[in-house]
Write a protein that binds this ligand. Structure first.
Ligand SMILES: Nc1nc2c(ncn2[C@@H]2O[C@H](COP(=O)(O)OP(=O)(O)O)[C@@H](O)[C@H]2O)c(=O)[nH]1
Ligand SMILES: [Mg+2]
Length: 201
């Protein structure tokens, strides 16, 4: 009876769980991204943009957006039976930056979403992760009607270090988002291995 569990085949795998942050400017697609891949109903803490919030929340360029994430998005995706990602969408507006330090506690890495029409909106997130040495990948969310630029031009505009991966993505598309998330995990693993080597030598 002691061996009861293994008699039924493989012992159950205890998955590794990793925490990934999803950051970027207001209206860039963070909530959409988490919703596109999450296998649990994504937990969203949204409130209607109130009149009071209007002068602060710059909605120019994101017409049609009437809700804003005030706390964060939360979702989960199983990449492999032994690898589960927990996704935390960080609040986009500057008045919620105080939450970032807590959210980034224990994070393996981050996806910074960018919109080529408002590239400057992701500068703060890029700076934040660079300064804290949290590995991140930039995902350019390709909205219809937004100009397409060569990857190299976007890299340059963002002044990204050579090692930082950048890819085009569609926040609404599960496969595209999965690819970006796998990219972050791979990048973070390589980054961690690099650092171990640096410490060892
Ligand atoms: N066309 C298009 N619309 C998108 C895309 N990603 C997000 N949206 C829309 O853009 C708006 C803002 O997205 P949201 O995920 O709420 O942005 P957040 O503020 O970063 O969480 C929503 O109305 C989305 O439906 C995309 O890849 N293409
Ligand atoms: Mg949101």
């Amino acid at each position: 009876m002691i061996f009861g569990r293994s008699e039924r085949g493989k012992p159950p795998v205890e998955p590794v769980t990793l925490k990934i942050l999803v950051a970027g400017g207001f209206g860039v697609g963070k909530t959409t991204l988490v919703g596109a891949v999450s296998e649990i109903r994504p937990l969203r803490t949204e409130e209607l943009l109130t009149e009071a919030g209007r002068p602060v929340d710059d909605t120019s360029g994101v017409e049609g957006k009437h809700t804003t994430t005030v706390a964060m998005d939360f979702g989960r995706i199983t990449l492999r039976e032994d690898l589960v990602l927990y996704l935390f969408g960080t609040p986009g507006q500057e008045r919620f930056w105080f939450m970032w330090d807590e959210l980034s506690e224990g994070a393996l890495g981050a996806v910074v979403l960018a919109d080529t029409r408002r590239l400057e909106d992701c500068f703060a997130a890029v700076d934040y992760f660079e300064r804290r040495e949290i590995p991140f990948l930039v995902g350019v969310n390709c909205f219809e009607g937004a100009p397409r630029y060569p990857v190299e031009d976007v890299r340059q505009a963002l002044d990204l270090d050579d090692g930082v991966p950048l890819m085009m993505c569609d926040a609404r598309d599960r496969e595209s988002v999965k690819e970006a998330l796998i990219g972050v995990v791979q990048h973070a693993m390589a980054y961690a291995a690099d650092r171990r080597q640096t410490v060892a030598t």
